[in-house]
Write a protein that binds this ligand. Sequence first.
Ligand code: 3HC
Ligand code: NAI
Length: 696
Amino acid sequence: MTDLVNFEIMDSIGVITVNNPPVNALSVGVPQGIIDSVQAGTSDPSVKAMVLMGGGRSFIAGADINEFLTPPPAGSASLDDMISSFETSTKPIIAAIHGNALGGGLETALACHYRCGTADSLYGLPEVLIGILPGGQGTQRLPRVCGVEKALPLMVSGEFVPAPKALTLGIIDHVVENNLVEGAVAFAKQISAENRPLRKIREESVAPPAADFFDNFEKSIGKRARGYLAPYKIIECAKASVELPFDKGVEREKELFQDCLKSDQAKGLMNLFFAERACTKIPDVPRETPTKKIETASVLGAGTMGGGIAMNFINAGIPVTLLEANQEALDKGLEIIRKNYANTVKKGRLTQSDMDQRLGLITPTLSYEDIADTDIVVEAVFEEMEIKKEVFRKLDKVMKDDAILATNTSTLDVDEIASVTGRPEAVIGTHFFSPANVMKLLEIVRGAKTSKEVIATTMKLGKTIKKVPVLVGVCDGFVGNRMLARYSKQANLMILEGALPQEVDQALFDFGLAMGPFAMGDLAGLDVGWRIRKRRAEENGAFQDEAGLDDQICEMGRFGQKTSAGWYRYDPGSRVPIPDPKIEELIKKYCEERQIQRRPIEKEEIVERCMYALVNEGAKILEEGIALRASDIDVIYANGYGFPRYRAGPMLYADMVGLDKVYKTICSYHERFGEVWEPARLLKKLAEEGKSFSDI
Ligand code: 3HC
Ligand code: NAI
């Protein structure tokens, strides 16, 4: 029919195949091609029924998300036009699904008269994940298929449902065991031979749920969906499916779809969708770069990070040898891993036999000989250059020639660590985030001499262990923590200028962050930074004549949640921060002693200073080539720092505010507060040229 859609007749069945790689999105031309094929099938007397399927790796994965960000010229056939063509067809149309039927793809299938799919196919309406809602009648059809109690959670979570469950839910009518085309054609022939009616889901009704269903559902998502627009609009659509006739429900869906589509949230989430895919592409390390096989791993250090890192490998089925400095630390580390899994089993998210199998993949050891043959070693020992160097000298001696030597350092120079080995090309940073078995972000630190093969392998491994790997360069704090230092500095300064920790945290929480810097500090443990500051002061030969406010808090034995007191106080066993008058007193006294005039600080100023501090440092990082793209920085913040996904990240946020405004404000801060606000050259240039970070 067109290059995008093919029509052929097989054994009296018209087979319509969408060929729009990679995922058969419903880009301009696809709906028209399908409409033309349906017409061809309807008007050909030899055709008894039609099968609609996807070519290549999948059925249709949804609307083309690019077309939401840059709408194509008006006039092309829409998803609704295509759906109408199914409904006016006099012959049965059967969707035949392999791979994924997602979003507009599932909506297409639900408009067909029958549906079949392979045993490994997946079904879902994941529009919510890009800030919109199913806008192709899906919110009205899915409740008619499986009931609104089951449909609503699927639409609000965007969950992918496997074929067997889809069959139980009534989303598909039949599972094809072997060849999809053959199975689907046979199914279509059977439907035609049995003269089955043309099932039209639009003509069915939705049974009303329990009276408190919608209220309870809304309450249940309160925490997860805080700040998001689309989940609540989807609830309204689901209500419409129960309360309104089909066509009226579809009208309501269209209005609510537009509300979502024109929101900044949709823009943020769609940009993040593409950013999370772009960050795996490295200009000078093309897709064809050879990679090493990673079948075994070893981890050095079974502390806070080492244990979590080991869990990532065994969760992906990669056996791990875990090496410690002494038996006691090894036993302690293993026990924590065991407890972590036991908790997951208790919560019903893992079976006991899976837990046993995973633990069986760990080999504990105290000997370097036992790790020599592993394909990658990740070092997670104490954060001290001399210790790291000693460890890497040993690794250089014992590890097999083609092993990758990775370090989880968070602050040290990867090149300096690599320099003690005779193979700096094999050395790379793998900066996991705590808790390493939970946090998605993995900064992969490229050293000056790291080989492309090692980079490509480590990026691929990141995906295998279900992380979001982002390539960064060597500098103090890499990308995420270097920017965070600027943000925390502003938060600390505002405490001295007049704000209280709870005011700063609340402003940033309301902006959408998972938590503010002071609650975060209490969670991570204030003593970690305090010890580093003390050590650095000693190393530099400096003596601390005056402790900062955060040091004073640690000197009081307040290390955060672990001591039930830090910037906040905590009731025993509770993680809920409670503002503490003792801290307010301490802050006021600290300011009085230094004759600092305190002033009220508005929420807007708090957010602006914290965000612009991130943005300015992010721009410097881009200028220096430490991050490849502004969108990589956003991926880092969305996956490692609790930045609200609906804002994508600090760099897109700045683009949306307008770089001209951001730059002018930073210049005014520069005048008012001094050097710390020196504007990034890149920011100045882009602002003056009227451009944004995404134009780079
Ligand atoms: N539109 C445009 N491009 C898409 C796309 C879409 N819906 N889905 C995937 N792609 C692109 C990706 O950007 C990527 O491009 P790249 O190779 O240039 O980076 C390529 O397809 C492959 O994608 P992945 O790397 O994600 O491949 P995976 O195999 O890991 O995953 C997938 C495949 C599960 C289909 C995943 O891509 C996905 O979840 N896609 C989005 C599905 C979705 O959200 N559908 C709903 C769209 S909105 C809609 O339908 C509105 C309707 O209700 C009106
Ligand atoms: P930790 O102190 O909890 O664990 C370090 C472990 O290494 C200890 O169990 C210790 O016995 C062991 N160890 C020390 N020397 C060793 C040696 N020579 N051989 C084998 N084992 C040895 O430290 P943590 O927090 O796990 O940090 C480890 C590394 O990860 C550090 O480089 C740190 O900067 C980095 N990191 C830490 C994060 C955190 O939030 N804790 C986050 C990201 C990175």
